[in-house]
Ligand binder design. Structure first.
Ligand SMILES: Cc1cc2nc3c(=O)[nH]c(=O)nc-3n(C[C@H](O)[C@H](O)[C@H](O)COP(=O)(O)O)c2cc1C
Length: 182
């Protein structure tokens, strides 16, 4: 099973990218998690879209289409998810054949605040209603106080949070299988 990891942060030492790396280590047997690179995706511009998807967007759309499921790690910016992630989603959502349709999706996140991206995650879930992605409901993985939650190598120190990521991956596996078998 091929899962595409998507981080809503471009930062080199991003806690959310570190969450995706943690998930790579915790993936159940048979699951492979590749991490997408959003850095080349330009700001959405309808005039550019009218001439065709930019290369980085085309690549990202292809990665999403080819994946059995998506694992999104989102930061929280001003009580919502990041503009980088919104911009990437907006590009991908444009016709033809937007690849989020009927895709299994899992969401997690790490942020500085105590609520650990709760508000960002609920905004993201709302957007996937329109996109007809199938977001797993449980468990919720919300890592607060991110500055203290990882060591200097980006290792997630909280065993409880690591367990939840493992459970989230099993839920994503189930949802991906259900989507594939109709
Ligand atoms: C523009 C901006 C807005 C932020 N707003 C919030 C917020 O609403 N809640 C929160 O917990 N942290 C907030 N933060 C802090 C982020 O949680 C923190 O920078 C985190 O490390 C970002 O994720 P990353 O490590 O994956 O880049 C904000 C940071 C930025 C840059």
């Amino acid at each position: 099973m091929k899962i595409l990891g998507i981080s809503g942060s471009l930062r080199e030492s991003s806690f959310n990218t570190a969450l995706l790396r943690t998930a790579q280590q915790l993936a159940p047997a048979g699951m492979e998690i590749e991490i997408a690179d959003l850095i080349g995706i330009p700001p959405y511009n309808e005039d550019v879209y009218a001439k065709g998807f930019p290369g980085a967007v085309e690549t990202f759309r292809g990665q999403i289409a080819a994946a059995d499921g998506l694992l999104i790690a989102t930061p929280e910016y001003n009580y919502s998810y990041s503009g980088v992630l919104k911009n990437a989603i907006d590009w991908v959502s444009r016709p033809p054949e937007q690849p989020f349709n009927d895709k299994a999706v899992a969401v997690m996140g790490a942020s500085a605040g105590r609520l650990g991206t709760a508000r960002a995650q609920y905004h993201l879930r709302q957007v996937f209603i329109f996109l007809n992605g199938h977001v797993v409901n449980k468990p919720e993985v919300m890592v607060g106080g991110a500055g203290q939650a990882f060591d200097e190598n980006g290792t997630l120190l909280d065993d409880g949070a690591r367990d939840l990521i493992g459970q989230l991956l099993v839920s994503l596996q189930d949802m991906s299988t259900r989507m594939a078998t109709g």
